[in-house]
Design a protein around this ligand. Structure first.
Ligand SMILES: [Zn+2]
Length: 100
């Protein structure tokens, strides 16, 4: 039997009594850095090379944030808490987290 651990409160989810919820958060760039128009006869490999170089120049952070998927397992209680504040705004003021 697969054991599920809630990624938020770290307790084991009893799959015989409760539902385990999968949360997937996909982060993707709304737009990519715009490069100036190049002539059509450019070598595509060279273009890719240049693109990679320019991404390197932007730094790892810019490249990594282009697309990312985060996956979590949540117990029913933490699912509710997550849905009420998915972006963790005002995390310090959240009710409920200290009651565990
Ligand atoms: Zn939980």
């Amino acid at each position: 039997m697969i054991r599920y651990i809630c990624d938020l409160c770290r307790r084991e989810i009893d799959s015989t009594r409760e539902v385990c919820y999968h949360v997937e958060i996909q982060i993707s760039a709304a737009f990519e850095p715009v490069t100036e128009d190049e002539p059509d006869d450019r070598d595509h490999l060279e273009e890719i090379h240049d693109l990679l170089e320019s991404l390197n120049q932007l730094g790892d952070e810019a490249y990594e944030s282009a697309h990312e998927t985060l996956r979590f397992d949540l117990c029913p209680q933490c699912r509710r808490r997550f849905l009420s504040n998915p972006l963790g705004r005002d995390a310090g003021k959240l009710l409920g987290f200290s009651k565990n």
